[in-house]
Every structure is written in C-alpha cells, then in structure tokens.
Unconditional design. Structure first.
Length: 107
C-alpha cells in the first residue's frame, strides 16, 4: 500500500457538520439529558432530536428547555404551537435560539 492509499475515508453516512453555536447547544443537550453514550460533536445537526433521532422524549424536552433558559436567557414554553418545528433538530433549535437572541424575544 502506498501512503496515499492509507488515508482515512469519511463514511458515507457522516453527519452534517455543526456550526459553533450548534456544537455549544449539543453540549447543553448532552448534559441536560445525561446522554452518556453520545458525544456532543457526534450529534447530526439535521437529525431528529426525538423519536428515531436521539430518541428523546417529552421529559427530555422539558430538561432541554430549562437548560436553554438558564444558558441563553430564553423561555421555551411547553404550550408553544411551534415546538415541533423548534425542537425538530439540533439545527432548528439552534436557529430558533439565535433568532430569539437577535430579536430580543423571549420565546
């Protein structure tokens, strides 16, 4: 084998790369819901957070909302009709947080 043929090749199912804000939020999520077997940097930002994705449930959503509130000063309300969209993926949640922080909104 030549040295060039020993280069590692990225797997075809490699997750989309995280932005710095998504990486920070992924760390918050991992800590909030005690995902011991998951590293923040391994969370695909476009994969579902609930169900087939990370397998989180409604209690996890409450824990994440609490941590987001503490960390970013935003309120994510349980009765918000947009929660399915907001919590659809790491990327969606990160975008929502950034939008709220930019707009100065509270949820």
């Amino acid at each position: 084998m030549t040295p060039a043929s020993k280069q590692s090749i990225a797997p075809l199912d490699m997750p989309a790369s995280q932005t710095p804000a998504e990486r920070e939020l992924a760390s918050v999520i991992v800590q909030a819901v005690n995902l011991e077997a998951v590293r923040a940097e391994d969370i695909d930002p476009e994969a579902p957070l609930f169900g087939a994705g990370l397998g989180l449930d409604s209690i996890d959503a409450l824990e994440i909302a609490l941590e987001v509130s503490k960390r970013y000063g935003l309120q994510l309300r349980s009765d918000d009709e947009q929660n399915r969209r907001i919590f659809a993926s790491l990327r969606a949640l990160s975008r929502h947080i950034e939008q709220q922080r930019t707009d100065g909104g509270s949820g």
